[in-house]
Every structure is written in structure tokens, then in C-alpha cells.
Design a protein around this ligand. Sequence first.
Ligand SMILES: [Zn+2]
Length: 253
Amino acid sequence: MSYLVDSHLHVTMMSYQGLQAMAEGGIKKAITCAIVLGAQHAESYFDHFRQITGFYKKNADGLGIKLYSTIGVHPAGIPHDWPRVIDALPDFLKIEGVVGLGEVGMNQGSQLERDVLKAQFEVARDHKLPIIVHTPFENRLPITELTLNIAAQANIPPHLLIIDHVNLDILDMVNQFGAMPAITIRSRNVTTEALYENMEQFQHGMLNCDFSNLFPNDPTAVIKAYQYLKSRGVSETIIENITCKKAEKIFNI
Ligand SMILES: [Zn+2]
């Protein structure tokens, strides 16, 4: 093994020890996705984008992790002046290490969530950049269907679309669309055992820990999945693809 890539986490919510454990376990590259819980103002996002692309990037560097960022408005915090964030995205996308948009998506499918998502799909399309789209814990099928419909309306090339927190329930829908399934390894999503048992279906996706401090999460989830799959004799090619190559290719890192 050379190294591992974690395709989705939230670095501002991580402890130093968590980041250290990732580095020690072989993670060399990671994507931190934007999130500002309950954001009321566009400025909250602007400062957050500066934090993840500046301070936290340098800090991760010190541990030997190349930290890349995706930027955008997260459904858990849509500021009242959200169009200002959309308008500023092209400038922030020019910052070194920003490799796409995310984390975007919907929880309820409200008109506001639809509008914010559509606007961000259009920015990703215009800049030919990948976009990481969250799927919720509830109402997964209708919300995913709606997400894919809005993506199609925005004419986003399917290969730039990353549908995250995929499980067997929506995997076929995501594959049929031609989007990239991202698989979050944790008790509330896909466990390492479930990943192994359904390797055939999951083999075209890419893994992440989606670390946040909102419920139980494990910053070393991708490392543990790697070790588990290896111990069960899963082919090196498949393991390398889901823990490294797919993410490197889609984010061009
Ligand atoms: Zn996330």
C-alpha cells in the first residue's frame, strides 16, 4: 500500500488527535467540505472558506496530510443572503487547494434548498468542477430522486456529480445517473462489515469518514475499512480504487 485518501470530512470539527490518527494510519490526502451550522450571514461562509484553505490546511501539512477543500453552502446552514455566497464562489474557487464544491444538498427538499442546490450545480457546471452532494438520513429515496432531477436540469455532467452517504437503497439510482457514489463509513451509514458483504455493489464508489462532532464518527474509518477489506482478501485493485484512486481522479489531486 502506498497511502489512503479520505474524500469527505469537516476539519474544523476535528480534534488534533483525530487528524494525527489519520496521518499515522496512512491518510496522505483528504478533502475537507464546507459546513457552517445555522449560518445567518454570507460572511460566516467567507471566513470558513478562509479557515479551511488557510489555517487548517497548513496545520494538516505539518502532520503530512495534504488537505484539499470543497466550498459551498451546506443545507444545515443556509444564510438569509445566500446568493452572495454563490456570487463569491468563483473567486474562492481560484484559491490553491480548492478542488470543487461541497458539501451541498438537501434535507427536506424545500423550495429554498432546491434553489440553493440548483445555483451551486450551475457554478460547478460552469467551472467544470466536481460537486459533493449530501443525502439525508430520512426520506432518502425522494430526496435523492429530486437531487438527480435538479442536477439534470442544471445540465451538470454526471461524472462531476458525487452523491454522498450512499447506501444500497440509492446506489442503483446513483449508478444509473452516471454519478460517483461516495460511501461514508460509520455506524449510521455503511459499516466496514456491510461494505465487505456488499463489495460487488460498492466497488465503484469512494470512501470517506465524513467526520463531524454531531453524532458518533470515527476519523480513522477509512483506515479501518482498508485494513478490514485487506484481511478478508478483497482484491488490491478494488481496495486501492475505493480508498485512493477514485478520489484522486475525480478531484484531480
Ligand atoms: Zn459532511
